[in-house]
Write a protein that binds this ligand. Sequence first.
Ligand code: ATP
Ligand code: MG
Length: 489
Amino acid sequence: MDSKTLREKYLRFFKKNGHKIIPSAPLVPAEDEQLEGKEKVLFTSAGMQPLIPYLTGQKEPISKRLVDVQKCLRTDDIEKVGDLVHHTFFEMMGNWSIGDYWKKEAITLSFEFLTEELEIPVNKLAVTVFAGDNDTPRDEESAKTWESYYSGKEHNWWPSGEKSGPCGPDTEMFYWTGEGESEGKPNEDVRWVEIWNDVFMQFNRKEDGALEDLPQKNVDTGMGLERTLAVLNGLDDDYRTDLFIPVIEIIERYTNKEYSDAENQEAMRVIADHMRAAVHLIIDGVQPSNKLQGYILRRLIRRSAVKMHKLNGGLTALPAFSAIVESIGSNKRDLAEEVVKNELNKFRDSLDRGLKQVEKIDRIDGKKAFDLYQTFGFPYEVTEELFRQKGQEIDREQFKAEFEKHRELSRTASSGMFKGGLADSSEIVTKYHTATHLLHQALRDILGPQVFQKGSNITAERLRFDFSFDKKMTNEEIIKTEDLINRKI
Ligand code: ATP
Ligand code: MG
């Protein structure tokens, strides 16, 4: 089965069962949706995230049953990339009940999809269910529906830890990727690969830690496209599916090395994963920079460049990146290629010299790591990885202290040169300030949620507003934006 067929099967099955198909939200949530509790979320990391307002009852959904294929990015998993089943960018297929069906129907749907639509033999599957603890009883209802395994809150509870907000037990589904008869247990033996998770949002955890019943109970499920595709094709390696094969082949061609050779696998997987993530980030409006989403993008591209350099023993493989971007494809291929090329051009001269410098360093510390960042553009995490391979750890606090010290110095140097924000508080300046907010919102309404403020400067004569957008605005877009602001005024 190919990836396209799997996506279609999922959507069709849940549509047939009364679900409304909704499109994937962008990888970068709108600015006002980036705060989840006290934490800032940079990226959409699960299918449920864009649906929070519906799950919490703040907004009315178009249907109580929804299904989609959501693009996700998990920075927490960057260090896991290189194994067989974790990616930074991946697609999560999901179905939701928003105050509609509950455990029995959700599990039945999952089971039917796995065994009837995907025709997975039951003896290849295992499931786990929440075992109960001091503050929550064992999930008998799910267990009755599956005949099954039990485990503790470290596996069958969402979200992990004791965060306040909606939560509840979940039930996870695993596929046996080992040879012959299945053995051992999910969560203990890596040959059991988690493919799907049904979360039952049943409680609200209050600030004081106590649980109360939610007025509206929801089902939230997430099934990884890449892993499911691999196991359906009898593979234990996501990188051998049609989603990755073209990229791996390009890396092989340009480096003259084989993916089947175990010593190349980790690097090739990281490059393939990171470049796929980079392309999708660029498509969704992210540009490389030194902070937030832009920094993650920079880190993904530069880490790939370092890995490629090491695989290839030189810089000749850099044209491979254009071929990779091309093979990942999208409607914005040219943009992605240009952004990747620019970023690599910035890095290519210093990469070689930086790696030579790395060779010269006997003992890394935070200050030297900062020099590598400052002089050669090595993201901290890249340096950390290079030295970890030599058995050396860096003191991150020392790096941070160096970073802050430098920032203070450059801030002092530039203050007076570029005054940002509100220069004074005369009436006209206050009006311009309000106008920047109107402008920001209007740009997002007209151009899309990928637009973010990057800076602004106000004097008594005019305002300047910097924002991220990958193209020149058309005249029509400019007029629409002006009209919208004038209407609001
Ligand atoms: P794991 O324990 O394997 O990291 P998880 O518990 O973090 O998985 P969930 O948060 O429940 O996974 O996400 C739902 C589904 O999304 C998983 O069952 C899996 O199929 C898929 N998934 C999760 N993380 C990744 C990843 N980094 N790369 C690819 N697929 C993933
Ligand atoms: Mg995980």
